[in-house]
Design a protein around this ligand. Structure first.
Ligand code: CMC
Length: 395
């Protein structure tokens, strides 16, 4: 048993070599393929970012056009998916539905099933990036009991998603440019984040040679948890809870609870395993938050005011300062999405939509590595020594 290093939570174990995303947690720096997130978020759109993550370089004008066209040709999903969706209860959590829908893609697209074949992997990548917005919007419409809205491919990636979410057969939806830009920024900021729990899950799952859609479904399942992708939903639920129970006046009491060693209450949207200074995505999302609330005339939104007050108190409090706990991207992305009109239960599904490209880029990198092997962590066994099964009457 002494042969293996024991490292719970992988605090000091590198699981792979990677060229995709670089994070300097102390400096609060995030780079995709060497480009700072601040530049990508202000000078590129999400599909440029997808191209960069997948192929290693930003597209030139021609490649950008070709990539946009290719993705737009794959936005529809097989009509049979509607019947699959119909098997779910309408009140199912969108992440439960999405885990199923993404896994089910492997049953529909048989020309992209071989994870070891680069052509298959590339077709699967384009299909997943193109179809995720359609699937997320379908899951939403299904839950609402509304008819699905088909993709309109002349719109931008984010604009098309918002139309599929908010248009109805009776009323079309003219996306507001500020909101489309905000949605696109949410996608860019969530596109990849090196070896987080869901990405490591996708790598481990894919390392067995499974179907690429199945590997991504495993990522969706992992992302669902409140310590990972579910944090934006948890953060907004927390704000709504405080608001219902007295609002700004009650923040002090809430913070007291968070600090209590015997309580399990956490300040959701705060803290990060890697960022111990600040989360650069949070800074960009905070900017977007102001822009969106301004565009919608919601500057005095009580929940936003509450969030700002909570942030101020937490940033000055000794407990949070000593533990280097700062707001993460999810603290603000929930407020932005809520203002756009996205229901809280869909927040994590939108995170999954955006992270899909990162999962695929990481999967491609792993499989392209000549040293790649099936992932097989070892353990330190601390259970019983060898013993004999006693007869039933002696147990
Ligand atoms: N509120 C209150 N206390 C906290 C929080 C928080 N949000 N986060 C950490 N702590 C405390 C924790 O109790 C511990 O205290 P002590 O040393 O007294 O035992 C100390 O800070 C260190 O925390 P940790 O749990 O060892 O840190 P970690 O690196 O294992 O956890 C985390 C990171 C993100 C899971 C955690 O900070 C957390 O649960 N935050 C809330 C959920 C959240 O916002 N998650 C989204 C992360 S960003 C999106 C993504 O990349 O997925």
């Amino acid at each position: 048993t002494g042969k293996f290093t024991y490292d719970p939570g992988f605090l000091s174990t590198a699981s792979c070599q990677s060229t995709i995303t670089y994070i300097d947690g102390d400096k609060g720096e995030l780079l995709y393929r060497g480009y700072p997130i601040e530049q990508l978020a202000t000078q590129c759109d999400f599909l440029d970012t997808c191209y960069l993550l997948l192929y290693g370089e930003l597209p030139n004008e021609q490649k950008q056009k070709d990539f946009h066209k290719l993705v737009s040709e794959h936005t529809m999903v097989h009509e049979q998916m509607q019947f699959f969706l119909r098997g779910f209860r309408r009140d199912a959590h969108p992440m439960a539905v999405l885990t199923g829908l993404v896994g089910a893609l492997s049953a529909f697209y048989h020309d992209s099933t071989d994870i070891n074949n680069p052509t298959h992997r590339n077709i699967a990548a384009i299909r997943l990036i193109a179809k995720m917005p359609t699937l997320v919007a379908m899951a939403y419409k299904y839950g609402e009991g509304q008819p699905y809205v088909y993709p309109r491919n002349k719109l931008s990636y984010a604009g098309n998603f918002m139309r599929m979410m908010f248009a109805t057969p009776c009323e079309d939806y003219e996306p507001n440019e500020v909101l489309v830009r905000a949605m696109d920024r949410i996608f860019i900021l969530h596109a990849d984040h090196e070896q987080n729990a869901s990405t490591s899950t996708v790598r481990l799952c894919g390392s067995s040679g499974t179907n690429p859609f199945a590997a991504i479904a495993a990522g969706v399942a992992c992302l669902w948890g409140p310590a990972h992708g579910g944090a934006n939903e948890a953060a907004l639920n927390m704000l709504e809870d405080i608001q219902r129970n007295g609002g700004i006046e009650k923040i002090g009491e809430f913070i007291k609870q968070v600090k209590d060693k015997n309580s399990s209450v956490k300040l959701m949207g705060f803290g990060h395993r890697v960022y111990k200074n600040y989360d650069p995505r949070a800074k960009l999302m905070r900017e977007t938050c102001y822009e969106v609330l301004g565009a919608l005339g919601l500057e005095n939104d009580p929940l936003f005011k509450l969030a700002m007050a909570l942030e101020k108190i937490a940033l000055e409090d000794e407990y949070f300062v000593a533990r280097k706990l700062y707001p993460n991207v999810d603290f603000y992305s929930g407020i932005v999405q809520r203002a756009i009109g996205i229901p809280v239960s869909l927040f994590t599904a939108i995170f999954a939509l955006a992270r899909t490209v990162g999962w695929i880029a990481q999967l491609n990198e792993m499989i392209g590595d000549p040293e790649y092997k099936i992932g097989r962590p070892r353990q330190l066994f601390v259970g019983s020594e060898r013993r004999d099964v006693p007869p039933l009457h002696q147990r």
